[in-house]
Design a protein around this ligand. Sequence first.
Ligand code: EPZ
Length: 414
Amino acid sequence: MEELYIQGGRPLRGTLAVQGSKNAVLPILAATAAIPGRVVLSNCPPIRDVAVTRGLLEGLGLSTETRGDLLRVEGCREPGCAPDPELAARLRSSVLLLGALLARRGEAEIPLPGGCLLGARPLDLHLSALEALGVRVRCENNRLLCRGRPKGGTVRLRYPSVGATENLLLAALGAEGPVCVLGAAREPEIRDLADFLSACGARIQGAGSPCLRIVPAPLHGAAHRILPDRMEAATWLCAAAATGGSITLTELCPAHLAPVLELLGRAGCSLRLTERRVSLRAPARLEAPGPVITGPYPAFPTDAQAPMMAALLRARGCTLFRETVFEARYRHVPGLRALGAEIRLSDGLARVRGVPSLRGAELRATDLRGAAAMVIAALSAQGESHIREAWHLDRGYGSLVPRLQSLGARAEAI
Ligand code: EPZ
């Protein structure tokens, strides 16, 4: 969708099943370039980044087919080593083909990736770790030219980068000996990738901990159900909290959302949790819950920072946000101010002073989660908002408008 119209001021009410995780399915799809045989994924989200990744895989010689939430990938005997630059430039996770192709072919020519503009988003952690395993890396004409199967050994990440951890996991599948990764990221999506790879025959220890060990083993196809999307869940919970609504989310893992649930509880929402469900009932007006400080898992997730900020724009009191993961992740703030929010930015901090009400405005989306924040704020504003460049939302939220409408929102896309 290019443009989204929202008539705000109505509480969200109803029940919604959470979709499969964008940040779990994308590395798993990249991994299929290393897997000979057939892979069948269920609970795949109907999002644009999956469609783009399917195009990348097909350009390498694999074949893909979807039916509902099922996605089947047929490996090929010898995948190409150079993904399509135009497609690769549309998302950050295209860089994960580097690890998969090194494992499969011992070479890769990867275009520099794209993705949300949240700061510099360098690749030094990915590349220095691969070089430490003996891979020869050159950058030429905006492409990474990598040669050589990774050797066994131990690498340490100075920061628990999700993507670098995933790239190392994939490259280690074809290494000449066991690979240990110290300082690995611990996100649930990494554990889901490791669970998938283990189903394909990989021997992985420590997934979800800071210390991973991968022993190369013969790989084969497998079936896997994609983990529920904790960020989509956080977005819906923040939207219900922002509008004084009450919703029940099903098919999710509440434990993966603990910091988000804890803050929403402190903001005055009543929460009921079971193993796979969360029910939230919000007051007409939230209370400022205390500081929101993002960090690597299990800290408060950076991808929920913008949605949570949008939810707290009308809260009583002030909320301090500190974004520690990305250096430029406040691009949604001008749009929130256009709706009447009072937000001061200084030294990487955002100070939100709650206002009694917001009013509809003309907005332009800047990135995936920033766009989600604008949707949430527009839902809680009085009057109509118009969001341009709404295609950002299609990247990570499947069937967004019908799902909003099912919760009573007045939203139309063009
Ligand atoms: C993944 O991005 C997610 N994307 C992001 O979600 C998420 O915000 C991020 O992890 C952090 O949780 C996918 O999984 C597809 P990082 P990634 O490497 O892997 C710096 C969304 O909205 N860094 O953990 O790119 C980097 O600049 C997206 O769904 C280096 O300095 O994140 C950032 O400041 C947005 N050098 C920090 O580390 C490197 O080589 C975290 O980046 C790599 C990263």
